[in-house]
Structure formats: C-alpha cells, structure tokens
Design a protein around this ligand. Structure first.
Ligand SMILES: [Zn+2]
Length: 134
C-alpha cells in the first residue's frame, strides 16, 4: 500500500524522470525483495517493457490480490466461527444431557426430576395419601 502511494506521488511530482528512467530504478529499490523478484519474473515471462507504468500496474495488481486475499481470509475465518459456534453449543448440550442423565429418576408423584421428599405435591399430601402413593 505504501509503495502505491510512493509511486503515485513520485509520478505526479517528477514526470520528467519517467523519460530517463531514474524514477523507475528508485521505485525498484523501494520494492520489497520478494515483490521485486516476482516483478522481474513477470516482466521476463510476459516480455513487458520495463517502465514506471508496468511497475505501477504490477504493484496495483498485487495490492488488489492482497485485498482479495484479506477478504477471502476474513470471510473464511468468519465462516469458521459460524460453523464453530453451533459445534460448541451442541457439545455443551451433549455434556448437559449427560449430566442430567446422572440425575436421579423422575419423581414418582409428578414425574419431575426431583426427589419425592422435595416434591410440592407429595408434601401437600396427607400422611395416608403419601403411603398409598409410595
Ligand atoms: Zn414431584
């Protein structure tokens, strides 16, 4: 991104340098080593004319690639998060159901999962009724 700014700036202020190619070489020196290598390979492979224009197009296309790559990575990571969340949820649901399966059997009076002596219905019963329901 910085390189594009440099190229645009230099191009506007020193258009006369385009003719002798000194700007071109200055800009080449400003490129990261890996980018310079790719640029040289592209120039060779496509038999491009070495110029500020060619270099600018290359840097701009690289910037576009980087932008798309970021979008892809960003989109991918958010997709993973969306997929990951239900997975995490289902895991917790599973562990929760495992835990509830260890809870004592349903109340014999009302079928809720509490002990008979905690049952409001059982408590509200008369002693005789309790014995007949047990
Ligand atoms: Zn109950």
């Amino acid at each position: 991104m910085l390189d594009i700014t440099v190229i645009n700036l230099e191009e506007e202020n020193h258009t006369e340098d385009l003719l002798d190619g000194s700007l071109y070489h200055i800009l080449l020196k400003k490129l990261p080593q890996s980018m310079l290598a790719r640029y040289n390979r592209k120039v060779n492979e496509q038999s491009l004319t070495e110029s500020v224009e060619t270099l600018r197009d290359f840097v701009n296309s690289k910037a576009e690639y980087a932008k798309r790559a970021n979008e892809t990575i960003y989109g991918l990571s958010s997709a993973v998060t969306d997929n990951g969340k239900p997975k995490g949820k289902s895991y917790f649901v599973k562990s929760g159901s495992d835990r509830s399966s260890t809870v004592e059997k349903a109340c014999r009076i009302c079928n809720e999962t509490h002990k008979v002596w905690n049952c409001e219905i059982f408590k509200s019963m008369k002693i005789e009724e309790r014995w007949t329901n047990m």
